[in-house]
Design a protein around this ligand. Structure first.
Ligand code: HEC
Ligand code: HEC
Ligand code: HEC
Ligand code: HEC
Length: 126
């Protein structure tokens, strides 16, 4: 009896997902995996015990300022109307939108603009 109970307890413990089971994007996995083979949460979450949505400053350490990011996706100045606008420097928000409004880490990314528009952004890694 005791043996069965012990086995059950162990099985229950095993079925609790480890904190490190959070899904991480392929494009981040390599750089964010530490020597122990686990993803270093602190790259984005800092030292926070209770993990909340990271500040843009966490992304900036590696990706540069919002202006730097906007430059990566600059459109040609003579772009015609068919070209979708720069998501990082928009008419309404300039470069002020938090990265995590669009780039999610543990779930599929989204395009915040599409609450109102229907942009495709085929090159966006979701
Ligand atoms: C420790 C450094 C580091 C931090 C912190 C970091 N990234 Fe990255 N990120 C990378 C590297 C390296 C790549 C892969 C190379 C590349 O595409 O720039 C990458 C790739 C990406 C890509 C895919 C780029 C593409 O090629 O389409 C996005 C989007 C992205 N990161 C967003 C974020 C966001 C949002 C945050 C903050 C929540 C963040 N990153 C934090 C290093 C980092
Ligand atoms: C409004 C939504 C949105 C926000 C906010 C946003 N991004 Fe993006 N990001 C995109 C889209 C869409 C793409 C694909 C770009 C394209 O299609 O030209 C992209 C592409 C990227 C890329 C790849 C660029 C390249 O072509 O090399 C990086 C890196 C990136 N984003 C990082 C960030 C970071 C860091 C922030 C915060 C400072 C941020 N993004 C904020 C929507 C967004
Ligand atoms: C590349 C940056 C990055 C890394 C590394 C990262 N996170 Fe996150 N985390 C985010 C972002 C961005 C969010 C906001 C929700 C989302 O995008 O999925 C978030 C949200 C969370 C949340 C809140 C859940 C929610 O949906 O509100 C938890 C818990 C969390 N992360 C745990 C972890 C743990 C544990 C690790 C390490 C294994 C980790 N994160 C590593 C970027 C990161
Ligand atoms: C809350 C709704 C809403 C959101 C979110 C939103 N927009 Fe708009 N946007 C509008 C409205 C309304 C107009 C004016 C429509 C018109 O004049 O035809 C507009 C017009 C535009 C225009 C000029 C008209 C055109 O189609 O060429 C661009 C470019 C644009 N938005 C880009 C963006 C980008 C990029 C984002 C995300 C970073 C975004 N919008 C997010 C509502 C929104």
């Amino acid at each position: 009896m005791l043996r069965i109970l012990t086995t059950m307890c162990i099985l229950m413990l095993l079925s609790i997902p480890a904190a490190n089971a959070m899904k991480i994007k392929d494009y981040h996995k390599e750089v964010m995996t530490g020597d122990n083979g686990k993803v270093e949460c602190s790259f984005c979450h800092g030292d926070a015990k209770r993990k909340t949505i990271p500040q843009a400053s966490a992304c900036e350490t590696c990706h540069g300022t919002p202006d730097d990011v906007a430059e990566l996706t600059q459109r040609p100045s003579d772009a015609d109307h068919d070209i979708e606008p720069n998501p990082h420097d928009s008419l309404h928000y300039g470069t002020d939108l938090p990265c995590t409004y669009c780039h999610q880490e543990h779930k599929e990314s989204q395009v915040y603009c599409n609450q109102c528009h229907e942009f495709q952004y085929p090159d966006m890694k979701r």
